[in-house]
Design a protein around this ligand. Structure first.
Ligand code: TYM
Length: 335
């Protein structure tokens, strides 16, 4: 059976971008059709200055939200990265396969490192090695597919390169995975700044829709979205990023099978009508998440139990592959 692995960082409230780009597919498709593992990747939250208590709180919150988004513990494996040592164990071996140049070419590294320097902070070494840890996450579990949004594509490409190089050098150990991404809304943009990605660390931003935003809040954010000069509704992400973003969101939220944003554009004569329908569609898409969240949030012991069982299964999946990698590179097995 095809195996799927994906992860989410506990660095802020989950956003509509996370949902449409990744999480919704995990719940709607991957957990039914695949052997699926999903991970709250807490180690990745330590690559920039962090507050320990906040990371702990956001880790449990992300797990609760993934359950609220529809992950079913009987159908998939949900766990926390730091509960499974194999990720960090494998990461070091992959650092011995990756090159410094390769890591420095990662777009997210360049952007985030620049942000740290601008803020007068030093750049943690883990920010540079982060994509190698991500490769370890994926390869430890022998994933065939990695369902992610567009911004993670380059990291999955690096993962493929490392797996291929390792296998060539030391013998076949790793499955070479492919990234899968949604047909629409693979990169949801900030509603106030449609040339930037909608991100968790967008703060209280009026341009970021969070999964648990109340319907009125969602409506207000969508109705106030920055649109472009001009009045015609067309799908043109380069020239008209604001309107195109709304069309993508509407296409992704409007029906079970994403509609085509280009075709949708023809149905609208004004920005106002497009915003109203988009706001309604987002509110409806998030309604079941809010409802299920009430139940899971009332049962933190239940969430902990899901994570405990998830970690147990994930360890059992990853251990043999990581052990095989240790042997393959020449490390003497412990007796
Ligand atoms: P993270 O936590 O930033 O995002 C989680 C998932 O949400 C997607 N996403 C988006 N999709 C569309 N539009 C957006 N605006 C948007 N923002 C986020 C991301 O593409 C991702 O799929 N490095 C990863 C976490 C990770 C991981 C892994 C993922 C660590 N190890 C192994 C897959 C496999 C990250 O920072 O995702």
């Amino acid at each position: 059976m095809t195996r799927v692995f994906s992860g989410i960082k506990p660095t802020g409230h989950l956003t509509l971008g996370n949902y449409l780009g990744a999480v919704r597919r995990w719940a709607a498709v991957d957990q039914y059709a695949r052997d699926a593992l999903f991970c709250v990747v807490d180690l990745h939250a330590l690559t920039v200055e962090h507050d320990p208590a906040r990371v702990r709180r956001l880790t449990r919150q992300a797990a609760t939200l993934l359950l609220a988004a529809g992950l079913e513990p009987e159908r998939c494996t949900l766990f926390v990265q730091s509960h499974v040592d194999e990720h960090a164990r494998l990461s070091y071996l992959l650092e011995c396969v990756a090159t410094d140049g390769e890591a420095r070419r990662m777009i997210q590294y360049k952007e985030k490192a620049a942000r740290e320097r601008e803020g007068g902070r030093s750049v943690r070494l883990s920010l540079l090695t982060y994509p190698v840890l991500m490769a370890a996450d994926i390869l430890a579990h022998g994933a065939d597919e990695v369902p992610v949004g567009e911004d993670q594509q380059q990291h999955v490409e690096l993962t493929r390169a490392l797996a291929t190089r390792f296998n060539q050098r030391y013998g076949h150990v790793f499955t070479v995975p492919v990234a899968t991404r949604p047909g629409v809304a693979a990169r949801v943009m900030d509603l106030q700044d449609p040339r930037s990605k909608m991100g968790k660390s967008g703060g209280a931003g009026a341009g970021v829709v969070h999964l648990l935003d109340e319907p009125e809040v969602v409506r207000r954010k969508v109705m106030r979205a920055v649109t472009d000069s001009g009045t015609e509704v067309v799908h043109d992400p380069e020239g008209r990023p604001g309107v195109s973003n709304l069309l993508e969101i509407l296409a992704a939220c409007g029906t079970a099978e994403p509609a085509d944003p280009v075709a949708l554009a023809g149905a609208y004569g004004s920005y106002g009508a497009l915003k109203r329908d988009t706001a309604d569609a987002v509110v409806e898409a998030l309604r079941p998440v809010r409802e299920r969240h009430r139940e899971w949030a009332a049962d933190p012991g239940g969430v902990d139990e899901v994570l405990r069982r998830g970690a147990e299964r994930a360890r059992a999946v990853a251990r043999p592959t990581v052990d095989a990698a240790y042997r393959a590179v020449g490390l003497l097995p412990a007796v």
